[in-house]
Design a binder for this molecule. Sequence first.
Ligand SMILES: [Zn+2]
Length: 365
Amino acid sequence: MLSEFVECMGFAPKLIITDQDWGMKLAMERVLTSTRHRWCMWHIMMKLPEKVPKRILVNEELKKDLGSCIWSELLEPEEFEETWLTIMDQYGLQNESWFTTMFTQREYWILAYFRDFPIGSLLKTTSFSESENSFFRRYTKPHFNLAGFMMHYNSALDAQRNISERLDFSDASKVPILSTEQLFEKHAAAMYTDRIFQQVQDEIVEAHRRRRMPHFEMEDNTEIYAIMDSHRNIGVIHHEVGTESYHCDCELFLRRGILCCHIFLLFKNHDVKEIPETYIGTRWLKTPLLKSVHNDPSEEASSSADSQVDDKRVVVTKLHSLYFRLFQRAQSNGNDIFALFDGMEELSQKLFGDTVPSVSSLGKA
Ligand SMILES: [Zn+2]
């Protein structure tokens, strides 16, 4: 099934989240060799009361310590291991089988091991697929035949499109209230969807509150800043002088696609007016600004924050996006699809001297 899935999609997924099903694990190891496999944290934590003696779980302090170590996005793997082993030692859990087993399998479920993975921190559980299941369940029934299923499936998609259009309208018409006078906040409000802007704004406000200049060092051509936020987390930023390259080791941008308060504080001190294009990202933009999602995945993988984006690639991305948007608009407007075809045929003749069959002749064929 997994091989067929890859064949249909054209490439393997970058990440799959499952419960701790052993069969899935073995199949993925055989077929999806380049895919990261993650276990759903919700499934693991739900089973905890069955796996661990009651006397252990009544200890509130232990639950708190364990929770902050398991769910932290900021710990590096070595820091996680050190913290976990300290907890085992402190609460005498070295010989509890659940803890020892789950520690040996830590790379499948602990967030510290997914810090380098884009949007890894949002995908902690299988909740996305569970919510899709529950959504489609509202539109389907077990006794449907194929035709009935397709009709109801289309209704479900229409409902999703309606929600999406409503959100697009809200994004286009709503004027977000700005919290600072920083121009990059205004820029963020113009680029991101309303919901994501609120998260970006939280980071900007956090940066705005910090008045103190960060600790600074210079190494070759790179400025290194250590900035402490109000949660006492320190972000170490590397900024290459004369470029728009910023990297913070809290890795928020890598995980969620939005910049962290540490980098925004630096923007404030450096009087940066707009968020550089590389750090605007591609995922959370308002719909008219969205870029194509149909890029070559190998190209996408190499588009890391510090890679150089050449002009040709920018145009290719914009072209994909333009075509995709035109196609979507034309498709929802009856005869426009014919006009789009005619226009593209004309362009093809102009550019390549090709003659492609017209829509009407396609129809007759
Ligand atoms: Zn940071």
